[in-house]
Ligand binder design. Structure first.
Ligand SMILES: O=C(O)CCC(=O)C(=O)O
Ligand SMILES: [Fe+2]
Length: 201
C-alpha cells in the first residue's frame, strides 16, 4: 500500500478502492438502505441537515430533537444491517488497531448538500481512529484543529479515497464545504456517499 498523504494529522489514502470495488460497495449499500432507509435528520436544535443518513453495524448514529447519539435501532425500529465486508476490509488495512468498528455511518450528499465543521465526539473515547471512505462525486473536505477556529486546510476527496482520523486529527474539527455534483459516474443519479467507521466505546 502506498504511503498516505498527511495533512494536519489526517492520513489520506488517495484511490485506495479501485472502480470495481467501489461499484461492489455501492451495491452493498443499496442492500443496507433497503433494510435501513436513509433519513433526513434534524439537529437537536431542529435544523434540518442537508445530508441524508443511515447506518450499518451494532450501533447507528442518529440525531433528532432528543440529541446526537448512538442507538441499536434505526428511527423506524429495525436493527441496523451488518457492515459491508469491503468496508471492514478497508478498516483492517488502514486503522492500525485490532478491534472491529461498531458503527458504519452512511451519509448521502445530494446536490447542494454539505456538512458544517464539527468534531466526531459521541464515541466516548478519542483512542480509536475514525476511518472515512468516499464514493461518487468529489467533496471538498476541510480539516481544522482540536479547538474550533484557527487555520484549516482543504482537499477534494474523490471516489475511492480513504481518510484516517487518528491521533491529533481524531479530535479535530472537520467538514465538507461542498460537492461537485455530477463529477463522478459511479452513482447513476449523482451525489456523494461517505462512510465513516467508528468504534463506540
Ligand atoms: O463526508 C465526509 O467526508 C465527512 C463526514 C463526517 O465528518 C461525519 O459523518 O462525521
Ligand atoms: Fe465527522
Amino acid at each position: 500500500m502506498r504511503e498516505p498523504l498527511k495533512i494536519k494529522g489526517f492520513a489520506i489514502f488517495k484511490g485506495l478502492l479501485d472502480q470495481e470495488t467501489q461499484a461492489e460497495l455501492v451495491g452493498d449499500l443499496r442492500r443496507v438502505a433497503a433494510i435501513a432507509p436513509f433519513v433526513s435528520p434534524v439537529t437537536p436544535s431542529g435544523k434540518p441537515m442537508s445530508v441524508r443518513m443511515t447506518s450499518a453495524g451494532r450501533l447507528g448514529w442518529v440525531t433528532d430533537r432528543r440529541g446526537y447519539r448512538y442507538q441499536k435501532q434505526h428511527p423506524d425500529g429495525m436493527e441496523w444491517p451488518p457492515i459491508p465486508a469491503i468496508a471492514l476490509d478497508v478498516w483492517q488495512q488502514v486503522s492500525g488497531v485490532d478491534r472491529t468498528p461498531d458503527c458504519c455511518l452512511v451519509n448521502y450528499y445530494g446536490e447542494g448538500a454539505r456538512m458544517g465543521m464539527h468534531q466526531d465526539k459521541d464515541e466516548g473515547s478519542f483512542d480509536w481512529p475514525v476511518v472515512s471512505l468516499s464514493l461518487g462525486d468529489e467533496g471538498l473536505f476541510r480539516m481544522g484543529n482540536p479547538e474550533r477556529g484557527g487555520k484549516t486546510e482543504s482537499l477534494w476527496l474523490q471516489s475511492g479515497d480513504v481518510v484516517v482520523m487518528g491521533g491529533v486529527a481524531r479530535p479535530a474539527f472537520h467538514g465538507v464545504d461542498r460537492i461537485r455534483f455530477g463529477s463522478s459516474r459511479l452513482l447513476p443519479k449523482g451525489g456523494r456517499i461517505n462512510l465513516t467507521l467508528r468504534v463506540v466505546a
